[in-house]
Design a protein around this ligand. Structure first.
Ligand code: GLY
Length: 417
């Protein structure tokens, strides 16, 4: 099987690594990729949010399957163009990708499916009722950019002034704002392979979105993650599947926009049970890097079964025992104003996945805010932490930073439902 992966982050690096281990995969390509992927796949240039360009590239390469990593190409309709060109694709149609692309669409689907989520109100640019709307929320405000922001356009704050400032910033960018009531309880990311009404969950994971230890500082795209979750009840995944993922998948079929690809449910498990924080239409980053580190089932065959509508015929997924964890190494100034172009040293370990990296005169340099991920695995979560931190501590990148407490609350038994 020849496969083209679309994307350039550590998530795509993890996908390529998983695909490269599948004996059924004979050839790997990536567009645009990054410096760390060259040993696994052939890198190509191209505008990943151009449906026509991606269909042309996939046709030229003669690939059997395209795996779309990020949300922007999916919301732009890249999967539709590939399907029209007769190429199997892992990723939902433009209409189904609205589950992430439009918070309103997601809220409508959840209301129809009877799935619990936060109360939300929209403020369009130019609205003159910002203050009275803010008054209806708090003491913790959740202010979301209702345009696509790759998980980065959310401000969660107890500071009303900061909440108002984010409303104005999003409006200035021309996007509507979604204000949401705050959901309490630990967060869970559950990724499900969805092929119409067939829903197959992967291991549950938890992301750490704030930039600094103890969940301090601004929200980021994610600073680290671990899987599985020792504090989740034994029937936790099945409950999420039954209460959230299956009803949504069925509702998408009923609406005439069946889902095909990865449905990412971001949830809060609070005092009153499970509620949806958000849906994404793709693998999450950085949780995927940890989850795929434990997957034993051949990834290419699995993703191809979703793309070809045969997921229901697949055997149950197989997983390694133990835990996996990923820690993100971020550039100087991330997330506010990441500096790029700094030399990276001591990053040769097989545990390292690349995100924002490039080659300059043969030297590895930073080229984005989240630069590298380090993966650790172990029979306990504490062992997985030790394995990741033993590698990240020796990587040299001027001014870089990482969180030192990924999975620590879980290891110390500080998370309870
Ligand atoms: N884990 C956050 C995201 O992928 O959006």
């Amino acid at each position: 099987m020849r496969i083209l992966v679309i994307g350039s982050g550590a998530r795509e690096h993890a996908l390529l690594l998983g695909l490269s281990k599948d004996p059924a995969v004979s050839e790997l390509h990536v567009v645009p990729g990054n410096a760390g992927m060259a040993s696994l796949a052939t890198l190509h240039e191209g505008k990943v949010d151009s449906p026509a360009e991606m269909a042309q590239l996939a046709t030229k390469l003669g690939v059997d399957l395209v795996v779309v990593g990020p949300e922007i190409p999916l919301v732009a309709g890249v999967a539709d163009a590939l399907r029209e060109a007769g190429i199997a694709v892992f990723g939902p149609s433009k209409e189904a990708a609205q589950i992430e692309g439009s918070k309103k669409f997601a809220k409508d689907v959840m209301a129809e499916a009877g799935v619990k989520t936060a109360h939300a109100e929209t403020l369009d640019p130019g609205a003159d009722n910002i203050d009275e709307t803010l008054d209806r929320f708090g003491p913790i405000w959740v202010v979301k950019d209702d345009g696509l922001a790759g998980g980065k356009g959310v401000v969660v704050t107890e500071d009303r002034v900061a909440a108002r400032a984010h409303v104005e910033a999003v409006h200035q960018a021309g996007n509507p704002v979604l204000l949401e009531s705050y959901l309490d309880g630990p967060e869970v990311s559950l990724f499900c392979l969805v092929d119409g009404e067939t829903v197959v969950p992967l291991l549950p994971a938890q992301d750490h979105k704030r930039v600094r230890d103890n969940d301090e500082g601004p929200n980021t795209g994610g600073m680290g993650a671990y899987t599985p979750l020792p504090w989740l009840p034994e029937d936790g995944v099945q409950r999420i599947v039954d209460e959230v993922c299956v009803p949504v998948a069925r509702q998408m079929v009923k609406r005439g926009t069946p889902y095909s690809g990865l449905l990412y449910a971001g949830l809060a498990w609070g005092r009153e049970g499970i509620a949806v924080v958000e849906f994404n239409c793709r693998f999450g980053d950085p949780e995927t890097q940890a989850v795929l580190a434990l997957l034993k089932t051949p990834l290419g065959v699995l993703l191809n079964s979703v793309a070809t509508g045969t997921l229901a015929e697949q055997p149950p997924l197989e997983w390694e025992d133990g835990y996996a964890l990923t820690v993100v190494l971020a550039a100087n100034g991330y997330p506010e104003s990441p500096r790029t172009g700094d030399v990276i040293r001591n990053a040769d370990s097989e545990q390292v996945l690349h995100a924002g990296t490039a080659l300059r005169n043969g030297e590895l340099v930073s080229a984005g805010g989240r630069v590298l991920n380090v993966i650790g695995t172990g029979s306990t979560l504490a062992d997985a932490r030790n394995a990741a931190y033993a590698v990240i501590k020796d990587i040299e990148l001027d001014g870089s930073h990482y969180r030192s407490d990924i999975a620590l609350p879980a290891v110390e038994g500080r998370i309870s439902l």
